[in-house]
Design a protein around this ligand. Structure first.
Ligand code: KL2
Length: 418
């Protein structure tokens, strides 16, 4: 029998802790708690390992006892885990279509979830699902993103993303919506050019979905399996909002392997103009309408939309995006410096799964002595701790008796302050 390893809840100390202590949980009428000044919700990101992929890549699971690899053994465990953690939002990857229809969706619906699903294009029959509790959110929009583009030779891979706009159910206040995105980026460690372009396409969709009337974005939670490790150029681009990719080899973008293959240098620009996405990762039509408004330049606006932008945007080796995203996890255990892992099988034990969220932005006025204020994000309240590779090998790696995927579920609790 393989044992279980305990994963602890870590509560995050916020700078506004005193305030939240005073507002506290003890003396508030539970009925009004959410409606008064905050909306708390939890999010799980979980790559549940599609049975077809498990069988296609069986060499990765030679360390496992045969019985733990059957879907009939794995699914009840996965469901038990989902039920136990009871997250308000689930972002699942590698959801196989037949299992989704017959078992996954019906089971999650009976747990009170509304489920949305986007299957990969092409031959592999799995995809991403976003499921949310009826009791917590209503659905404003569903926005699937296909990264395959028949007209663009670079984009010949069948990965996808899914972006939902959700409205928190709060009786006595009107509040901002929340944008939830889920994706599973290309695995191929050598093709960082494709991975970065897929990410840019997802960010462009998120921008258009999360865009509010006043020009700002509603809070965003972006989950998934990014097939890229912490500190890699792709990861740093998400967190920092900018990337200078000059001279960067395509095999170095994701940091999955130190290999010498895939050493072609990223071309400039990485993706062709007919993708319709700018170097700031927004759809170019959006930008054109801005040009039109600010300059009132009718002749420019009347040109083809893409043409305008190609001339408006300098070609350079800089990518940007307009979100301020933090990672729920810090990727290393603070006391030991040992890396956390989110996936573990016979070939690797690394972090590739993430929950990113809009963090509160600090805005300091220019004048000295001016007050610092916080705008527009989510507050991270807590997370379920991850494990080290060593922890996982004490229970025979993944999947095992109790953990039925080759990934661990990631789990975070957030607060939206109203
Ligand atoms: O890294 V992953 O596993 O999220 O755990 O994402 C991909 C890989 C997933 C979808 O393509 O299938 C796995 N070697 C190892 N793993 C592979 C390979 C491969 N050649 N191809 C696909 N996957």
């Amino acid at each position: 029998m393989e044992g279980t390893i305990k994963r602890n809840w870590e509560y995050i100390c916020n700078r506004n802790k005193e305030k939240s202590d005073i507002l506290g949980d003890k003396n508030v009428d539970p009925k009004c708690e959410d409606s008064e000044n905050k909306f708390d919700f939890s999010v799980m990101s979980y790559n549940i390992l599609s049975q077809d992929l498990l069988e296609d890549n069986s060499h990765l699971y030679r360390h496992c006892r045969r019985p733990v690899l059957h879907w009939s053994f794995r699914f009840p465990n996965i469901l038990k885990e989902i039920k136990h953690f009871d997250a308000d939002v689930l972002c699942l990857q590698e959801v196989q279509e037949d299992h989704y229809g017959t078992e996954i969706r019906p089971s999650l619906e009976s747990l009170g979830y509304h489920c949305e699903y986007k299957m990969r294009t092409g031959r592999k029959p799995d995809g991403c699902a976003i499921c949310f509790k009826h009791s917590k959110f209503s659905l404003l929009s569903v926005n699937p993103v296909e990264f395959y583009r028949p007209d663009i030779p670079l984009l010949d891979r069948d990965n996808i993303g899914l972006v939902l706009l959700l409205q928190p159910k709060i009786p006595c206040a009107s509040t901002s919506s929340i944008c939830v995105a889920n994706t599973h980026l290309l695995y191929n460690p050598r093709r960082g050019d494709i991975k970065l372009t897929q990410l840019a396409m997802l960010l462009a969709e998120i921008s258009s979905v999360a865009h509010q009337k006043d020009g700002s974005f509603c809070p965003v939670v972006m989950c998934g399996d990014f097939n890229s490790v912490p500190g890699s150029p792709l990861y740093s681009f998400i967190k920092e909002g900018k990337l200078n990719y000059e001279g960067l080899a395509i095999g170095k973008v994701s940091g999955q392997e130190q290999s010498s293959r895939g050493q072609r240098i990223l071309s400039m620009p990485i993706w062709p103009p007919n993708l319709g996405i700018s170097q700031s990762c927004v759809y170019e039509v959006q930008q054109v309408s801005k040009v039109e408004k600010t300059d009132g330049d009718v002749t420019q606006a009347q040109l083809g939309e893409t043409d305008v932008l190609v001339t408006a945007e300098k070609v350079s080796s800089h990518l940007q995006h307009h979100f301020s995203l933090s990672s729920v996890y810090s990727h290393y255990f603070p006391d030991t410096g040992i890396p956390e892992v989110t996936t573990c099988h016979s070939r690797s034990a690394i972090t590739v799964d993430y929950i990113f969220y809009s963090s509160e932005k600090e805005v300091t006025a220019e004048q000295p002595g001016a007050e610092t204020s916080l705008i527009g994000g989510l507050k991270l309240l807590g997370r379920l701790s991850l494990l080290t590779e060593q922890d996982l090998w004490t229970v025979n790696g993944l999947p095992n008796e109790n953990n039925s995927s080759d990934h661990l579920p990631l789990l975070a609790k957030f607060r939206l302050e109203l």
